[in-house]
Design a protein around this ligand. Sequence first.
Ligand SMILES: Nc1ncnc2c1ncn2[C@@H]1O[C@H](COP(=O)(O)OP(=O)(O)O)[C@@H](O)[C@H]1O
Ligand SMILES: [Mg+2]
Length: 462
Amino acid sequence: MPRLSLTARLAAWFAVITVLVFGAGGGILYRALAARIHAQADLELVLTARHLRRLASELDSPQGITLHESRLDSLVLGNQSYFLRMQDANGRVLLERNPSHFAIGELPKVKPSNRIVEHDVQEWRTADGLTMRGVATGIALTDGSVVDAVVGREMSGPEALLAGYRDTLYITTLCALLAAAALGYLAVRRSLRPLRDIASSAAHVTIGKLDTRIPSGRAPLELEALTEALNSMLARLELGYQRLSQYTADLAHDLRTPLGNMRGASEVALARSRSSEEYEAVLVSNIEECERLSRMVENVLFLARADNPQYMMTALDFPVRDELQRVAEYFEGIADDAGIAIRVDASGTLHADIDLFRRAVSNLLANALRYTPRGAAVSIAAHEAPEGVTVTVANPGNPIAPEHLSRLFDRFYRVDESRSNSSDSTGLGLAIVRTIMELHGGSASVESDATATQFHLHFPAR
Ligand SMILES: Nc1ncnc2c1ncn2[C@@H]1O[C@H](COP(=O)(O)OP(=O)(O)O)[C@@H](O)[C@H]1O
Ligand SMILES: [Mg+2]
C-alpha cells in the first residue's frame, strides 16, 4: 500500500465524515418528506372518498347516480391525475371519470358501515410503470342497494418532487465531499506547518551547533511537548558531548605527562655517555611511567566498558566483613610503611559483583592511605539497614574544601592540580567508584570535616 501523507489521510477522513453526515442527514430528511407527501396524498383521497360516500348515500337508487353524475364527478373534475368510478352490485359501470385512462386495479373495499381512514388507501403499479394510490368503498343507498366506488390518483407529481430532492441531495453530497477534501487538505497542510518548521530547525542541528534550540513560539499546544522533548534531548546531547570533549582533552593531557617524562629522561640520558647505574635509573623511571600509562589505559578502558549498557555484572551474596578484611590485608604493606593502621568493623551480607566491589573499596582505601597522617588510622565500616548496605571508608586528615566535594567523582578531577603530574594519580579512581555504584543501582557520596573525610558506598536493598 502506498504511504499516504498525514495531510492526505486527514483530508480523506474529512471527506468520508462529510459524506456520512450529509448522507445520513439527507436520508432522514428525505424519508420524512416522502412520508409527509404520501400522508398528504392519502388524506386528500380519504376526504374525497368520504365526500363521495356522503353525496351518494342521499340517493335512492343506482339509477340516481347516473342522474346526478355531474354533482358526483365534480369531486375530481379538472384534475387530470385523479379518477373516479362507480359500479352497481353486478359490476355495471354507473359513472366513470378517468380523463387519463388509468388502469384501475381490483382493490379491497371498505364496508359501507365502516369509516374510511388513511389505512384503507392501497398502492399499485400500472403496466406502463405509473404508481397509483386509491381507495375502494361500498356505499349504501337509501333503497338499501349497495354500489361500489373507487377513487384514486396517479403519484408521478409527488414522486418527481421526491426524485428532484434526491438528485439535489446527491449533488450537494458530492460537492460537500469535494469541498471537505480540498478545504481539509488546505487546513491540515496549514496546521502542520509548525511540524515542518520543527523538522527544518532540527535539520540545522550539527555536532558543531548542539547549542541550537527549536523555537516553540507560535507552535500549537500539542507540539509544545514535542519541542520541549527535542530541546531537552538536545540539552542532554550537548552536555554529554561537552563532557566527552572534556574527557578526551583531559585524557590527552594526562597521557602527555608520562610520555613527556620518559622522553625527557631518555634525552637527558643520551646527551652524554653515562654509567650503567645511571642508565639503569632511567630505565627504572621509564618502567614506572609505563606502569602509570598502563594503569591509566586500563582505567579508561574499564570506564568505557562499564558505560556500555550491555556490561555484564555477576552479582553474588557474600559476607561484607570477609571481603573488606581481604582488601585491608592487600594494603597492609603500604599502610605499615606509612605508619597507618587499618580498622575493619563490618557485618551483614551484600549482594554485589565481588570484583567490582573490591575495586571500589580499593580505590577509596588507596586514596585514604595517601591523605592520612602518619600514626593515625583509616577505618572501613559496613552496616546493613532496611534500605540497603552502606560501606564507609573514613580517614583523618586535611578536610576537602566544600566546593570540591560535588566534583570529586568526575573523571580526571583532582583537588590539587599539581597532583596530575604525580605518578600514582590518574584522577579516575573516584570516577570508577561512582560508575561501579551506578552499575549496582546504588550511589557514592563524600563528606569531609576537620575530624575526618568519609566516602560512603550505598548499595540498595535487593
Ligand atoms: N581521602 C581523601 N582525602 C582527601 N582528598 C581526597 C581523598 N580521596 C580523594 N581525594 C581527592 O579526590 C581527588 C580524586 O581522587 P581520585 O579520583 O581517586 O584520583 P587520584 O587518586 O588518581 O588523584 C584526589 O586527587 C584528591 O584530591
Ligand atoms: Mg585515587
